[in-house]
Design a protein around this ligand. Structure first.
Ligand SMILES: Nc1nc2c(ncn2[C@@H]2O[C@H](COP(=O)(O)OP(=O)(O)OP(=O)(O)O)[C@@H](O)[C@H]2O)c(=O)[nH]1
Ligand SMILES: [Mg+2]
Length: 459
């Protein structure tokens, strides 16, 4: 049978991780999927017409009918539409995880009439059948990719529908305001009523605006959850920035030499510190001299440090007070960003840690655990702000919320210049549209393609 390539075809793919493992799960979905797969399975002592109960795992034999051989003895579970992840008839085959078994089973399924699933196609179908909205789809992708608790937290609130419900409520509030506005358009000149409806509309718009502002304010914590805390290591040349970067990464990533001006461009790497996701940035040492390349490197380093969530300001113990006053001076230019003062090379001289500083030594490892704990605390504090609440993590959502906010500002501007109700309604509709684009019902297939094509196959 030639499998069709449309959206109703039955699709199959390996849904568990690639490579050999104890168990491999192949997922099949499509209106006809049960009929396609059932002949390949034999349930012990049951007639060919036997159909196992939905949602219950059943042991069976998987057959290659051409050679009448038993390929494996998998556990199979059938799901009946609409009570499945995709909303369609679907099933999972839990096989022994050998790569040959997986390849063979997939080829049997394709011969029987399934076609290979495209990346994200199971989730796309779930979306198309109204099982999930777009934020949940994005959450599922993020859940699969999460490698730290932080990323899991960000993914979970998307996948659980928390953000969806909040956005949907704001959207409904705006629709409600629009209904009042329409009443004013349809029944003008009803003096008192008009004053009442004006109040009702304004109240709702204010409510929607407050929710949007709250969500936008959560974006920085959301970004920390999704991408990690951005930590920039800054200081004069030779203070041990790259050495610290390598120690935190636990690998020799950055070049370290005794020559001042070794690092000429900034270097960015993700790592886990005490289980927290961090985006570490090593920078070019800051000084007044240097050739053209070094100067460009310094400018770029300063630029990227302005986007950091935390700055590790380094000075070496042997630089003494001169180094510390240079660092205080630099720190004073970062009004919005927390600066952690770190004294490096504590092994070189024995003296007390200066007040407000953490002393570390790459040679002896002194102070490294304290520094890691401090960084972890800062991540946890940022996440505490959003824990339990809906927060935004996706640039796509932040952009749409910005559009909604602008439209609502326009609404007030129209009102202030006594613009007509139609103009006001237009702005409310624009805001509602922007919110709708976050959760789905998007007109453009391009946007859908963009989201689902970044999934892995089998999701
Ligand atoms: N004794 C001692 N030496 C250190 C320590 N940390 C770094 N160094 C040495 O200091 C020198 C400079 O280290 P780097 O890590 O390259 O310094 P940097 O701040 O990245 O320097 P630039 O890239 O030039 O800005 C190297 O020779 C390191 O081995 C430390 O804790 N103790
Ligand atoms: Mg360096």
């Amino acid at each position: 049978m030639e499998p069709s390539d449309d959206t109703t075809a039955s699709i199959a793919a390996l849904s568990s991780g690639q490579g050999p493992g104890g168990i491999a799960v192949i997922r099949v979905s499509g209106a006809d999927s049960h009929n396609i797969v059932r002949p390949l399975l034999r349930f012990k002592k049951k007639p060919d017409s036997f159909q196992p109960e939905a949602n219950v795992l059943a042991l069976c034999e998987l057959l290659d009918l051409k050679n009448n051989t038993i390929i494996d003895e998998p556990l199979v579970v059938f799901f009946k539409a609409p009570h499945s992840f995709t909303g369609e008839n679907s099933l999972e085959i839990h096989l022994h995880g050998g790569s040959w078994i997986v390849r063979k089973t997939l080829s049997l399924l394709f011969e029987a009439g399934c076609r290979p699933a495209k990346p994200g196609e199971f989730t796309l179908r779930a979306f198309e059948h109204g099982k999930i909205d777009l934020t949940k789809a994005e959450g599922i992708k993020a859940l699969v990719e999460a490698s730290s608790e932080q990323e899991w937290l960000a993914a979970r609130q998307l996948a659980s529908g928390k953000l969806f419900h909040l956005i949907d409520d704001v959207r409904k509030t705006l629709m409600n305001a629009m209904a009042w506005l329409e009443a004013t358009i349809d029944f003008p000149d009803e003096g008192e009523t008009s004053a009442v409806s004006d109040k009702e509309i304004e109240e709702r718009v204010r409510l929607a605006e407050a929710s949007i502002d709250r969500l936008l304010a959560s974006a920085s914590s959301g970004r920390i959850a999704r991408n990690g805390l951005k930590v920039a290591i800054l200081g004069q040349p030779n203070v041990g920035k790259s050495t610290l970067m390598n120690a935190l990464l636990e690998e020799n990533r950055a070049i370290v030499t005794a020559i001042a001006g070794t690092t000429r461009d900034y270097l960015e790497e993700k790592c886990l510190i005490n289980g927290r996701l961090i985006q570490l940035v090593d920078t070019a040492g800051l000084r007044d001299e240097g050739d053209e390349v070094e100067k460009i490197g310094m400018a770029r380093s300063l630029e990227i440090s302005k986007k950091a969530d935390l700055i590790l300001g380094l000075t070496a113990r042997n630089q003494g007070e001169t180094g510390r006053s240079w660092l205080s001076n630099l720190a004073s230019s970062y009004k919005e960003i927390e600066v952690l003062f770190v004294e490096t090379k504590s092994d070189l001289l024995s003296s007390d840690t200066p007040p407000g500083y953490l002393s570390i030594s790459a040679s002896t490892g002194e102070g490294m655990e304290d520094l890691k704990s401090k960084i972890s605390e800062i991540v946890d504090a940022a996440l505490m702000k959003v824990k339990g609440n809906a927060f935004v993590t996706e640039p796509r959502h932040i952009h749409a919320l910005g559009l909604a906010k602008n439209a609502l500002s326009e609404f007030w501007a129209v009102k202030a210049r006594s613009g007509g109700e139609e103009m006001q309604a237009f702005e409310l509709l624009e805001a509602a549209r922007a919110l709708t684009s976050i959760i789905g019902h998007i007109d453009s297939d391009d946007v859908l393609g963009l989201i689902f094509s970044t999934f892995c196959v089998g999701k």
